[in-house]
Write a protein that binds this ligand. Sequence first.
Ligand code: ATP
Ligand code: MG
Ligand code: FE
Length: 337
Amino acid sequence: MRVLGIESSCDETGIALYDTEKGLLSHRLFSQIEMHAEYGGVVPELASRDHIRKALPLMQQVLDDAGLTQNDIDAVAYTAGPGLVGALLVGAAIGRSLAWALSIPALPINHMEGHLLSPLLEDSPPDFPFVSLLVSGGHTLLVDVRAVGNYHLLGESIDDAVGEAFDKTAKMLGLGYPGGPALAKLAEQGVSGSYDFPRPMVNRPGLDFSFSGLKTAALNAWHNSDQSVQSKANIALAFETAAVETLVIKCRRALKQTGYRRLVVAGGVSANQSLRQALNALPGKQVFYPAMRFCSDNGAMIAFAGAMRQQAMKPDMPAIFTVRARWPLDELTPPSA
Ligand code: ATP
Ligand code: MG
Ligand code: FE
């Protein structure tokens, strides 16, 4: 079975074709980052309009890359939330119309389930159950994952998502938008131990996170510094170190609580090398990640989640056309036969 995936929840148009026998056949991504950079963040209306411009040409390229035509597609999966409603509607409208025209199923996919399952696209995928750490621009979640669609929320951020904290701190330090990767790069030049920022909420029981205080600590440190390039790098390193250590502490706690040995990390921040190094050092645990190109938003993860669901699904799904700005992961249910 071949599933076309369409991702348009934010500022990336991602299209991919996944084959349940052969794996990922082709994928294309167009990032709108340059367009939004001059505004310092994503402008929703500009995002929607650009998805309209890019989606169909990308889809044609994906089919060409795979040497296939529309008639070779068996199902269409599209991101139905969470995300920007206007942007989601573009992918939903295209996905639904294409599926209707071809008389094939259309599968509304939860974007965070897409991220969560993205490490399973790799060659040696983890078995269930596992703890999932989802670290992206809009979410910081720890999830007990027992099967596709069987998700129990263990903890989440009570304020900023960790990617958002990276971006806001980077912006404050004048590193541009989105600043997560730039801040991580600058941190490589930092001298460790120059600053020591708080590890928020690690002394309280439970698995929730808070990152807004860490961002404020970095801001205060910057204002009280000599504002030199070296100080900036030192602050970037101290921020990254505190964020990473906080995530590692909560992962260790979640693994202990569930008794699982497998940790699966996904979302844009899973590209962070310091985080990967620290998690890989957890004794007695196996840690899984997506390929670097599939950490941030992409169509491959949506095609893959669609394929996982379609394989287990009733043949006639109701043709509901809705998208959701908010859509908690633990409201999902397993695909039922
Ligand atoms: P969500 O998935 O919650 O809706 P999103 O789709 O905007 O949010 P992603 O595309 O998964 O988020 O990830 C983007 C985030 O990842 C940004 O906040 C970005 O700064 C961050 N990020 C990317 N690379 C790195 C890195 N190397 N270090 C730290 N943060 C990073
Ligand atoms: Mg993005
Ligand atoms: Fe995302």
